[in-house]
Ligand binder design. Structure first.
Ligand SMILES: Cc1cc2nc3c(=O)[nH]c(=O)nc-3n(C[C@H](O)[C@H](O)[C@H](O)COP(=O)(O)O)c2cc1C
Length: 367
């Protein structure tokens, strides 16, 4: 089983949905980086359940404790332990799925592979596992900001409702994204997206969508061809988030039906005589190496599988067809809560490659 991500900047997450706690150990973070509990908590608050009428009502504050690796407000270069206790677990509704695997969820594959596993609340397959990623990713984001790299994600699709990609350099973008429940860039479209989720919930159903993430300020040179190309690392990171079904870099699938003359990013010189490309269909990555242009990726999320309507399945204790109506508290759409997870996974990838490339100092501490 694999619970560790990254090589130079490594995070190991632990914990199950209805176990005592979830969290992570982050190893490889340079010393001297200023980081507060509140900065980590801020990202966790954006991920936490119960944050709005559109998310699961599970009542968790997801309050983080820093166990190690930080002294007097700065990292000390040793493993950073981060812990969040699970407070609002109700496993009673999950008894049924022990023998009736939910369509679209991980129940049957986990049972067949491991035999003995924690089925309560989806166990380790639950999105509660991503708390460790977000806590570590918040530190990665802080480290990247110290070397001029900023990451921002936002929803561009919920069901049939789409929002065009915004200008990533718009100074008000981050505030606008955070001012609406679905974390999208356009406030009018946000209302339609909210309606799409509300309608799905009313219909005892769920809805999927797409999140776009952009990293600006990434210097040329990040990425290790051939198997650790930057785009490969991003795809790996994003596809490990629960419920993801696809990753596109830059122009993605739509440019695959065009011609090279329409899609090549032309090299040119900017006002300071520096190389740049006129367009960014490559999404900031050429040959697996960052090009100096913004890194752009889009991640597709499926509709949540746990829906409170009757669906067919098999009772595997009797090997007989049966029906299941999934109980428990579930998100009708993962997108609003997945935005910080996507940001943090990109931060973990870029932090790892920034350290490997040597653009992050061994210590931020000033002598
Ligand atoms: C933020 C977030 C919240 C989620 N909430 C739920 C949920 O409430 N109910 C559910 O069935 N799946 C939820 N999921 C998705 C499941 O964890 C996921 O579909 C399941 O583990 C099976 O994995 P797979 O879809 O990647 O194959 C959520 C995913 C994310 C990213």
């Amino acid at each position: 089983m694999s619970s560790t991500f990254g090589s130079a900047f490594r995070v190991t997450t632990w914990g199950e949905s209805h176990g005592s706690s979830v969290g992570c150990v982050l190893d490889g973070c340079p010393a001297g980086l200023e980081i507060s509990r509140d900065e980590i908590q801020r990202q966790l608050d954006r991920r936490r359940p119960g944050q709005s009428k559109l998310t699961t009502p599970r009542g968790e504050l997801d309050s983080v404790e820093i166990l190690s690796g930080v002294f007097e407000g700065k990292t000390i270069g040793t493993p950073i332990g981060l812990l969040v206790y699970n407070k609002d677990t109700d496993s009673s509704k999950y008894e049924e799925i022990r023998n009736k695997p939910r369509p679209g969820h991980a129940d049957y594959t986990w049972k067949q592979k491991f035999g003995h596993y924690d089925w309560r609340g989806g166990g380790r397959a639950s999105a509660r596992e991503t708390i460790g990623r977000v806590a570590a990713g918040a530190i990665a984001q802080k480290m990247l900001e110290a070397v001029g790299i900023k990451i921002l994600a936002y929803t561009t699709r919920i069901g049939p409702v789409t929002c065009p990609s915004p200008d990533p350099f718009d100074p008000e973008l981050a505030e606008r994204i955070e001012s609406n429940l679905v974390r999208t860039a356009d406030l009018e479209i946000a209302e339609k997206m909210v309606e799409a989720i509300t309608n799905a919930r009313k219909d005892k159903d769920s809805v999927g969508g797409v999140i776009e993430v952009v990293a600006t300020g990434v210097p040329i040179g990040l990425g290790e061809p051939v198997f650790e190309k930057l785009d490969a690392a991003i795809a790996h990171a994003m596809m490990s988030i629960p419920a993801t079904k696809g990753v596109e870099i830059g122009g993605g699938f739509p440019i695959c039906s065009l011609r090279g003359s329409q899609t090549n990013d032309i090299w040119e010189l900017d006002d300071d005589g520096a190389m740049r490309t006129r367009t960014n269909n490559a999404g900031g990555i050429l040959g697996g190496i960052s090009s100096g242009m913004p890194i752009v990726a889009r991640i597709g999320f499926k509709p949540v599988s746990s829906i409170p309507r009757s669906q067919e399945t098999v009772d595997i204790s009797k090997m007989e067809p049966t029906n299941i109506e999934v109980k428990g508290r579930h998100d009708p759409c993962v997108l609003p809560r997945a935005v910080p997870i996507v940001e943090c996974m990109l931060a973990l990838v870029l932090a790892d490659h920034a350290i490997i490339q040597g653009i992050v100092p061994r210590s931020f501490a000033k002598e």
